[in-house]
Design a protein around this ligand. Structure first.
Ligand code: AGP
Length: 605
C-alpha cells in the first residue's frame, strides 16, 4: 500500500512530485524516490523529508514519477526504494501492489543473464520491461504485464521519451488528474486537489499512455476503452490540518460535523423513517433477506460488530460478521437470500475487495458502507451508502469509525421499519437522539483536558486491557486497537464476562484495565467485572455515564460521557478512547498520524 504520484506538464516536476508524495505519505513511509527522465533518479530511506533533502531545488525536467513505500518485499532500505530501473538504467518504474510470480520471472531473467540487485518484486518487473523494450515503451509494458500475476498500480517512464508516462492498474487504485498545465497521476484523488478536481479513475486491466496534452486508455491487451471524467467532491482545505497539531486530533474533533454530514437528508424523524438513496434500488431485496454477512478489516470490522448488535437487536435480521482476510478464502458460500455488506473507509482494502468479488461471483447481492467516493469497492458493489465523513488522513481511523456506527444506526432503522421489527415510536426516539447527537458531542469536546491528564498516567504502563459488554464489546476491541496503533502499548480486549475464563490471569498492578461502563442494560454486570479486576489490584480507568457516583468509588480514574440512547451510546463512548490513544501516543513522542509499520489503506494481501 504504497503511494505513487506522477506529473507530465509545463512546470518543473520535482517540487510537484514531492508535494504529491507528502499528501500520499499516509500510505507508507518506509522509503521514497523520484525519477525525472533525462535528469535524475533520487531515492532515500525513511520519510519524504529525507528524500526532499537530497533533491536540488532547481532540478529541471517537466515530467516525473514518484513513490512512497510500505515495504512488502525486502526491508525498508534505500536499495529497495522505488523507482526501480531496467538493466540500462534508462527505464524506471514505480509500483503499488505485489507481483506474485516475481520469483518465476526472476529465474527467466537470470537465464537471460539479467540480474536483479534488490529484494523487491517490483525490480523484476522493471528488468522484464527493459528486456522487452525495442523503442515502444507502451508495447513493452503491455507485453510484460501479460506475463505478470498479482496487483499493481504503476507508472513507467524512460529517458528515451521523457514526455510520456505509461500507467497501469490491476487491483490497486490509480487516478489521472486533468489540469490546465498538464496531467497528473496518483494513488488517491485527494493528493490531486492542489491541482484539479477533474479526474479519471482507471479500472482493473486499464493501461494509459499519458502526455502533457493527452491521455489514451486501453486494456492491457490494447483494446481502447472509454473512462468518463468525474469531479472530486472534496476541497484542498479538507486535507489540511487546519491548525491542529495532528490530523488525528483534527479528525477526532470533526466528530459532530461528521455525524451531521452522515445523516444529512437521510432522517425523517417525525415519521421515524430513514432515506438511504443509494439502497433504494435494492430495498425489496434487503427487506427479504434471510441473512446479511458484513465484511470488514481492522476498525471497520469492529464497526461491523457493533452494527450486528444494532441490526439484530432492533431490526431482527440474522447477521454474520466476517474478517475480509478470512471470508475471501471461505468455500461453499451460503447463498439463498443472502447479501454481503462491505464496510470500508478507503474503499480499497484488498481483503474486503476480494470478499466482495467472491460474493459477486457467487451471485450474491453486494452492498457497501464506503467513505471514499469513487473507490474500487464503491464502484464494484451493487448498491451502498457513502459516509460523507470527508477525507481521513491519519492512519488511525477515528471520524470514519464514528460515521460507520452512525450509518449502522440509519440502516437499522431503515430495515427495522421496512420489516416491521421496529415501531414508529421507537424509530422516532432513536432518530431524534441521532439528530441531537452532534450538539451533545460538540459540547463534550469543548473540554477534554481530563483525558490529557489521565493519558499521562496511563502512558507509563506497558500493558492495558479493555473490557465492555454487548454493544460495547466491539468498542473495547476498537479502543484496544487505537491504543496499539498510536502508542505501541500491548493492549488486549475482552467481553467483560469472558475475563474469568482465563485472561484475568494477566491482571496485576502493572496491567491497567479500561472498562466501558455506561448505564445501559448490562451496567450491573460490568460493575461486577470491574470489582473482579480491582480484586486483582488492577489500576482501573472507567468510561462511565455523567453523574455515576458508584463507579467513582470502585475505579481509580473515571472519564464521564453523556448518556444517550443505547444504540447511540457506542458513538459517544468511543471518543474518549480515541483521545486517550492520541494523548498517550503524543505523551510517548510517537508520530500518531504515521505510526510505525502501518499504512492507511491496505491494498495488498
Ligand atoms: C484503523 O485505525 C486502521 N487504519 C485499520 O485497521 C483500518 O481500519 C483497516 O485497514 C480497514 O481499512 P478500511 O476501512 O479503509 O477498509
Amino acid at each position: 500500500m504504497c503511494g505513487i504520484f506522477g506529473y507530465v506538464g509545463t512546470k518543473n516536476a520535482a517540487p510537484i512530485l514531492l508535494e504529491g508524495l507528502r499528501q500520499l505519505e499516509y500510505r507508507g513511509y518506509d522509503s521514497a524516490g523520484i525519477f525525472v527522465p533525462g535528469h535524475a533518479l533520487v531515492k532515500a530511506a525513511g520519510p519524504i523529508v529525507n528524500l526532499a533533502a537530497k533533491i536540488p531545488d532547481d532540478l529541471p525536467g517537466t515530467t516525473g514519477i514518484a513513490h512512497t513505500r510500505w515495504a512488502t518485499h525486502g526491508p525498508p532500505t534505500e536499495r529497495n526504494a522505488h523507482p526501480h530501473t531496467d538493466a540500462s538504467g534508462r527505464i524506471a518504474i514505480v509500483h503499488n501492489g505485489i507481483i506474485e510470480n516475481y520469483r518465476e520471472l526472476k529465474e527467466v531473467l537470470s537465464a537471460q543473464e539479467i540480474p536483479c540487485n534488490t529484494d523487491t518484486d517490483t525490480e523484476v518487473l522493471a528488468k522484464l520491461i527493459g528486456s522487452l523494450y525495442t523503442g515502444d515503451l507502451a508495447k513493452a509494458v503491455q507485453t510484460a504485464l501479460q506475463r505478470v500475476r498479482g496487483t499493481y498500480g504503476l507508472m513507467v517512464s524512460t529517458a528515451d521519451d521523457p514526455g510520456t508516462i505509461i500507467v497501469a492498474s490491476m487491483g490497486s487504485p490509480v487516478v489521472i488528474g486533468l489540469s490546465a498545465d498538464g496531467h497528473l497521476v496518483s494513488s488517491d484523488p485527494s493528493a490531486l486537489l492542489a491541482h484539479t478536481k477533474d479526474v479519471v479513475y482507471l479500472k482493473d486491466g486499464d493501461l494509459a499512455v499519458v502526455t502533457r496534452d493527452s491521455y489514451t486508455i486501453t486494456t492491457v491487451a490494447g483494446k481502447p476503452v472509454d473512462r468518463a471524467a468525474e469531479v472530486i467532491q472534496w476541497d484542498a482545505e479538507s486535507v489540511q490540518k487546519q491548525g491542529y497539531e495532528h490530523f488525528m486530533l483534527k479528525e477526532i474533533h470533526e466528530a459532530a460535523e461528521v455525524i451531521k454530514n452522515t445523516t444529512r437528508g437521510r432522517i425523517i424523524a417525525k415519521e421515524g423513517k430513514v432515506k438511504l438513496g443509494g439502497l433504494e434500488a435494492v430495498l425489496d431485496q434487503i427487506k427479504d433477506l434471510d441473512r446479511l454477512v458484513i465484511v470488514g478489516c481492522g476498525s471497520a470490522y469492529y464497526a461491523a460488530q457493533v452494527g450486528r448488535y444494532t441490526l439484530e437487536e432492533y431490526a431482527g435480521i440474522p447477521i454474520e460478521v466476517e474478517l475480509g482476510s478470512e471470508y475471501r478464502y471461505k468455500n461453499n458460500l451460503q447463498t439463498g437470500k443472502t447479501a454481503v455488506l462491505a464496510v470500508t473507509q478507503s474503499g480499497e482494502t484488498a481483503d474486503t475487495l476480494a470478499s466482495i468479488r467472491k460474493a459477486k461471483a457467487a451471485g450474491l447481492l453486494t452492498l457497501g458502507i464506503v467513505n471514499t467516493v469513487g473507490s474500487t469497492i464503491a464502484r464494484e458493489t451493487d448498491a451502498g451508502v457513502h459516509n460523507h465523513a470527508g477525507p481521513e488522513i491519519a492512519v488511525a481511523s477515528t471520524k470514519a469509525f464514528l460515521s460507520q456506527l452512525t450509518v449502522f444506526v440509519l440502516l437499522t432503522v431503515l430495515i427495522g421499519r421496512e420489516n416491521g421489527a421496529l415501531s414508529t415510536a421507537d424509530a422516532s426516539e432513536i432518530l431524534a437522539g441521532l439528530e441531537a447527537l452532534p450538539t451533545i458531542i460538540d459540547s463534550y469536546l469543548q473540554d477534554v483536558s481530563a483525558i490529557e491528564a489521565i493519558a499521562k498516567k496511563y502512558s507509563t504502563y506497558n500493558h492495558a486491557m479493555f473490557i465492555g459488554r454487548k454493544f460495547h464489546t466491539p468498542i473495547a476491541y476498537e479502543g484496544s486497537l487505537k491504543l496499539k496503533e498510536c502508542t505501541y502499548i500491548h493492549a488486549e480486549a475482552y467481553a467483560g464476562g469472558e475475563l474469568k475464563h482465563g485472561s484475568i490471569a494477566l491482571i496485576d498492578t502493572d496491567f491497567p484495565v479500561i472498562a466501558l461502563v455506561p448505564q445501559d442494560d448490562v451496567y450491573e454486570k460490568m460493575i461486577s467485572n470491574v470489582e473482579e479486576v480491582k480484586a486483582r489490584l488492577a489500576p482501573v480507568l472507567a468510561i462511565a455515564t455523567e453523574g455515576d457516583q458508584q463507579i467513582a468509588e470502585i475505579a481509580d480514574d473515571v472519564l464521564y460521557v453523556p448518556l444517550v440512547h443505547p444504540v447511540l451510546q457506542p458513538i459517544i463512548t468511543t471518543i474518549p478512547l480515541q483521545l486517550l490513544a492520541y494523548n498517550v501516543g503524543v505523551a510517548k513522542g510517537i508520530n500518531v498520524d504515521r505510526p510505525r509499520n502501518l499504512a492507511k489503506s491496505v491494498t495488498v494481501e
